[in-house]
Ligand binder design. Structure first.
Ligand code: NAD
Length: 447
């Protein structure tokens, strides 16, 4: 099948590469010329384990192409996947300007195909426009109207929200827990089912439903996951206040099969490009429809509080004026396995410490380049190529991301290098009793 991915970011690139790997001809389109130039030069613009190798293999096989030329990208496509960003607008609603701009481009391209539908991918049938971006309920209808405003030729619409996680994106795409297809047309549903069949050979379900419900599945899923994180963080804070240990509480609680043990780890709260904006979008959908969403508001507030509370612990130890204090930070990315720093708790924490006069030297295995571009922090901190190099003369170590390489450090070396053996651990990587034995002042979450 001839497929075009519109937007070559985390979702578009990974999905495009995986679809090429099952034998489809995939063209990845992006308006960012630099990104396309890097991809054409064989360079992967994002950090995602295994992706570069898969790109190389599929480019070599002639199934994967990168272009910034819209007309070329759309001319043969049988399926067009919209994978552009949907960041929050000023009101917290999903900003649809990229999605609607892509829809306009697609409409023009469908209209301009020489020889009409007969030239399209060889099957002569109307293309299926598939919305992979996370969009509020009703957006597919707006996209349909935006495309139809530019062409009188037929096309079909479908929703196919994406559930991949950065850091495990290829595994998630190729072995999804479920595939959601929203379609009101049988052919669109069949085409998407056919494309996804190679990825559900273990029997995981492909669930076909109406478009509005498919759009909502994505928000409901992310809202649930964010709720779990805020829930366990609120419990951790109560544990801290009353002298309980959240690790033990978690163990006891999660033995109940109705609760389960997934995604209930206390820490600095959620970040990234999805949970914060999707929770905000649920609240905005509620405001627009006058449907109360007090739970989403609380989930968001708990998440914000978690960062403030962590900063307050540092302030309690060192005072509000941090001039002359030097902090080592381990981990900048919003979670391990990615270079993505969008809405990362580390940025809020570092900015707050910098504003109080502290100096910071940070290490992250993947996120230095993305952090350098982050406003308010990127050019105000130093970067170290390896974790131990951050520690020389540091007044404290602050752990913001649970990368594997931070889990078993040489604590003797830490103590030798640091000015004071103090660790603020935002990810509960170490055991309090071990840290006490080793002579560290150790502050973690809910213990
Ligand atoms: P991203 O910002 O990494 O990539 C979006 C890309 O689209 C950019 O490269 C941008 O240049 C390009 N673009 C913008 N307008 C364009 C146009 N008119 N034509 C072609 N390209 C255009 O975004 P992302 O993280 O891949 O997210 C994309 C969507 O998928 C969002 O709605 C997001 O919520 C959703 N999503 C993201 C993840 C994730 O883990 N990142 C997971 C599931 C769903």
């Amino acid at each position: 099948m001839h497929i075009t991915m519109v937007g070559t970011g985390y979702v578009g690139l990974v999905s495009g590469v995986c679809l090429a790997n099952t034998g489809n001809h995939v063209t990845c389109l992006d308006v960012d010329q630099t990104k396309i130039a890097r991809l054409r030069a064989g360079e992967c613009p994002i950090y995602e384990p295994g992706l570069e190798e898969l790109i190389r293999r599929n480019v070599k096989a002639g199934r994967l192409h990168f272009t910034a030329d819209k007309r070329a990208a759309y001319s043969r496509a049988q399926a067009i996947f919209i994978c552009v960003g949907t960041p929050s607008d000023d009101e917290g609603f999903a900003d649809l300007k990229y999605v609607l701009a892509a829809a306009g481009d697609i409409g023009e391209a469908i209209e301009a195909v020489e020889g009409g539908e007969d030239s399209r991918g060889g099957d002569g049938r109307p293309p299926v426009i598939v919305v992979k971006s996370t969009v509020p309920v009703g957006t597919n209808a707006r996209i349909r109207a935006a495309v139809a405003a530019r062409t009188s030729r037929p096309f079909l619409m479908a929703s196919n929200p994406e559930f991949l996680k950065e850091g495990a994106a290829i595994t998630d795409f190729t072995r999804p827990d479920r595939v959601i297809i929203g379609a009101d047309d049988r052919r669109a549903a069949d085409l998407l089912t056919e494309l996804h069949e190679p990825f559900v050979r273990q029997g995981n379900p492909i669930l076909v439903m109406d478009i509005a419900s498919a759009e909502m599945v994505k928000y409901a899923s992310n809202a649930m996951l964010a709720t779990k994180i805020s829930f366990i963080n609120e419990m951790a804070n109560l544990c801290e206040s009353f002298g309980a240990n959240v690790d033990e509480v978690r163990r006891g609680m999660c033995a109940d099969r109705r609760i389960g043990n997934q995604f209930l780890y206390p820490g600095l709260g959620y970040g990234g490009s999805c949970f914060p904006k999707d929770v905000q979008a649920c609240m905005a959908m509620g405001r627009r429809s006058q449907t109360p969403t007090p739970l989403m508001a609380a989930v968001h507030e708990v998440n914000q509080h978690q960062r403030r509370a962590f900063i307050a612990k540092i302030e309690k130890r060192f005072g509000a004026d941090l001039a002359g204090k030097r902090f080592a930070v381990w981990g900048i990315a919003f979670k391990p396995g990615t270079d993505d720093v969008r809405e990362a708790p580390s940025l809020t924490i570092m900015q707050s410490l910098l504003d109080r006069g502290a100096s910071i030297i940070a290490h992250d295995p993947a996120a230095h380049a993305t952090c350098r571009a982050a406003a308010g922090v990127g050019d105000r901190i130093e970067y170290a190529d390896q974790p131990y190099a951050t520690l020389n003369g540091a007044d404290a170590l602050i752990v913001c991301t649970d990368w594997d390489e931070f889990k078993h450090p040489d604590f003797g070396e830490l103590r030798e290098r640091m000015a004071q053996p103090i660790i603020f651990d935002g990810r509960n990587l170490y055991r309090p009793e071990v840290m006490a034995r080793l002579g560290f002042e150790y502050v973690s979450i809910g213990r």
